[in-house]
Design a protein around this ligand. Structure first.
Ligand SMILES: N[C@@H](CCC(=O)N[C@@H](CS)C(=O)NCC(=O)O)C(=O)O
Length: 223
């Protein structure tokens, strides 16, 4: 039996969604973030040295890193579903988006989160104004232009096909959901990019997505 080691409000929501799309049975083992640091609890390190979420166990097999989990589940349980046929242009696009989500889209979104918090407690009150000014400067000069570059790119790509890898929904869309949701929550994605907003609306209305939300609990990124 597959066990999803699910950290609240995290990327493991995508794994629950993929399993719901595939109709593969699984159980959920819950972990709660530390409310102050937002870090995962140390128990997750007993499964994988990084102690990050998602991690799944399938019998004695432990799989970490969401892209690797998506590949593992689609290959092992997908029966050719949610993945374009090998050798097609769609398959190459599928591979591209599967890697792009964590490799290129998430880093500026993470920087935005970190630099947006500079100047907030627990930083000593005396240093807060200076730190906040540095945070704003880095956002203005580097992070926000990078986010714009990525959002324009993603919007342009969704102008070519309904879904990221082509006209069929694939597991690459599940992998891409997290950066697109994070961009809507804190990266400047709004109605000025109607194709990305419509994409969000489409994924949020899928039955398996909604079932996964019930399994995973409150998910603040989905704005
Ligand atoms: N690239 C990794 C990122 C894993 C990651 O950073 N997960 C976050 C949750 S969204 C986490 O575990 N944060 C808590 C921590 O770092 O302690 C993946 O996609 O699996």
């Amino acid at each position: 039996m597959i066990v999803v080691h699910h950290l609240n409000n995290s990327r493991s929501q995508r794994v629950l969604w993929l399993l719901e799309e595939l109709g593969v049975p699984y159980t959920v083992q819950r972990y709660q973030r530390d409310p102050k640091t937002m870090l995962a609890p140390p128990e997750l390190r007993t499964l994988h040295p990084l102690g990050k979420s998602p991690v799944i166990t399938d019998g004695t097999q432990v799989v970490a890193e969401s892209g690797a989990i998506v590949e593992y589940l689609v290959e092992r349980y997908g029966e050719q579903r949610l993945i374009p046929a090998p050798g097609t242009p769609e398959r190459l696009r599928y591979t591209y988006w599967l890697h792009y989500a964590e490799g290129s889209a998430m880093p500026p979104l993470l920087l935005k989160l970190i630099f947006g918090r500079l100047g907030s407690p627990p930083m000593p009150a005396l240093l807060r104004p200076i730190a906040a000014a540095i945070g704003k400067g880095v956002q203005r000069n580097y992070i926000d232009p990078q986010l714009k570059l990525h959002l324009d790119f993603m919007e342009g790509e969704l102008g070519k096909s309904t879904w990221f890898a082509g006209d069929e929904f694939t597991a690459a869309d599940i992998q891409m959901s997290f950066p697109v949701e994070a961009a809507a929550a804190r990266g400047g994605l709004n109605t000025e990019r109607p194709l990305l907003m419509a994409y969000l609306k489409r994924i949020h209305s899928r039955e398996p997505y909604l079932r996964a939300l019930q399994q995973g609990g409150p998910y603040e990124l989905m704005s």
